[in-house]
Design a protein around this ligand. Structure first.
Ligand code: TRP
Length: 332
């Protein structure tokens, strides 16, 4: 009997992983694999709601697999897989399309957002995306789904769809809880500290594979605040730019905010910004090296995602069979 609770999370390989994802959720996942039975996947099916360059997508998915491992996810202790390798996602996704309502899908902020950004490609997949995401989750019957606030609405609609389905057919799906991590920083853009660090604004975003000199340049240019005090003090309301850098420095070095304020007492921002850059360079150096090493070892990477897909399929298909049976589909 497996006593551990189950947890599942995915990241869309629609862009390179960045520091916000790393210092936010990703860095804490290796601790979670001790406590939970974890599934981590590359949500490649989701990326095509927006047009992708096929070669770039393939490279990003493989890089993301390598980065998960390089960040400390031991493939022996958790299940790492590529979403499109487990057909049950698309299969349950279709079923849940028929249990997700037009009205509730229309209210999704991410749909409204993406539809306004890609006016020439408001495709049906973009609209029904939450049903596929619900399938991703419900197939594994997880207790918890760790997500950032931007994905909370999607976990809520997943619960609504699951409750609707269970209401008709009995207890088919476990109703998952969104898990908003207690630890884990919310990293803001380096050139606009009022918005979250995001790949859609690359100048303020620091990608995990960025070269040391580019990292240093981005930190030297990072926006600090226009207050007259010009001292390194953590005050997110008054000094969002500096506070964001303090947060990054704290996460990278393990120092407390107090220690950091003391360290740069009376020194202004000129010393502080490059120090943050260097700390980040040092934090990312081993991850970058390990990612490169893994990417060069195609056979190993392949063995990881194949074994992952096999493990994931076992669980996913069990749920899918149960769903098909409830629906009245004739068994094969
Ligand atoms: N929607 C998530 C994102 O945009 C990725 C994702 C797809 C996901 N399916 C999921 C996250 C299931 C958690 C659980 O990043």
């Amino acid at each position: 009997m497996n006593e551990k609770k189950t947890m599942l999370s995915g990241i869309q390989p629609s862009g390179e992983l960045h520091l916000g994802t790393y210092l936010g959720p990703l860095r804490h996942w290796p601790n979670m694999i001790e406590e939970y039975d974890c599934y981590f996947f590359m949500a490649d099916l989701h990326t095509i709601t927006v047009r992708q360059d096929p070669a770039a997508l393939r490279r990003r998915v493989l890089t993301q697999v390598a980065q998960y491992i390089a960040c400390g996810l031991d493939p022996e202790k958790c299940t790492i897989f590529i979403q499109s390798h487990v057909p049950a996602h698309a299969q349950l996704g279709w079923v849940l399309d028929c249990y997700a309502m037009f009205g509730e899908l229309s209210r999704m902020t991410q749909f409204k957002d993406k539809a306004s950004k890609h006016k020439d490609n408001i495709n049906a997949g973009l609209f029904t995306y939450p049903a596929l995401m619900a399938a991703d989750i419900l197939l594994y019957q997880p207790d918890l789904v760790p997500v950032g606030d931007d994905q909370k609405q999607h976990v809520e609609i997943c619960r609504d769809i699951a409750e609707r389905f269970n209401g008709i057919y009995g207890e088919v799906f476990r109703i998952p809880e969104p898990y908003i991590a207690k630890v884990g920083a919310r990293i803001m853009s380096l050139n606009d500290p009022s918005s979250k660090m995001s790949k859609s604004s690359p100048d303020g975003c620091l990608f995990l594979m960025e070269k040391p000199e580019d990292i240093m340049r981005k930190f030297k240019r990072a926006v600090t605040d226009s207050d007259t005090e010009r001292c390194v003090r953590y005050a997110p309301q008054e000094k969002p730019g500096v506070s964001n850098l303090i947060q990054i420095y704290a996460a990278a070095t393990g120092k407390s905010y107090d220690e950091i304020e003391r360290e740069f007492d009376g020194q202004g921002y000129g010393k502080f910004k490059p120090a943050v850059g260097e700390a980040v360079v040092e934090t990312l150096r081993p991850i970058q090296a390990e990612t490169e090493r893994l990417l060069a070892d195609k056979a190993y990477l392949e063995s990881v995602y194949r074994a992952g897909a096999e493990k994931a399929s076992y669980t996913a298909e069990k749920t899918l069979r149960k769903v098909y049976k409830k629906l009245g589909f004739v068994a094969k």
